[in-house]
Write a protein that binds this ligand. Sequence first.
Ligand SMILES: [Zn+2]
Length: 227
Amino acid sequence: MKIKLTLMALALAIGLTTHAQQQSEKIQTPAQAVEALKAGNTRFTTDNRTLPNQCKDHRKSLKKTQEPFAAIVTCSDSRVPAELLFDNGFGDLFVIRTAGNSVVDSSTQGSVDYAVNHLGVKVIVVLGHTNCGAIKAVVTATDDAAPNSEEEAKMQGELPALIGKIADCIPQHKGKPETFNAAILANVNAQAERIAALPHVKAQVAEGKLAVVNALYDLKTGEVTFQ
Ligand SMILES: [Zn+2]
């Protein structure tokens, strides 16, 4: 019985290692990286998750190095956990999360540069999501000094400055709540353009080694739609 169990554990360990190796060997191009993300999201939405690269052995195998195949720039929103919605595990995704998936300062832009130059990701996905609070703040913003709503009254500390920077990326939507959904997409596009303009990103995209891709996560369906 003991031998049988040991053999089973060994077979499982070999199987998991092979799966992890296969994934990194397979993903060599931006197109393959996008396909892997799409496949992971399909597993997620259809309840066929395989929870890859989440075992102890895989975690240990990464203690000295990492080689994520994708960088995901997404919202800090607690309902948008990248590894879960793409059914990935340790070492797969380099995730940068900010309010409104914004890339408006050196900490986020420097993080993108790190993913590109040091880690060699094949794709950068800017992932917005439905009902994003940061974008809602932009489209409901008013120029009045006095707060008009309970939500506006909560705009304190560094938050107004951040929302202001995001608003500057999509000025056509500022103060226009009826354009909320369009504003979410416009912001994804604007942030992706900012990333694409970073010199190191631009150079690698020109060589075909990297792609910057826009995507939207639907909180209700769990689906990620690549634009
Ligand atoms: Zn959000």
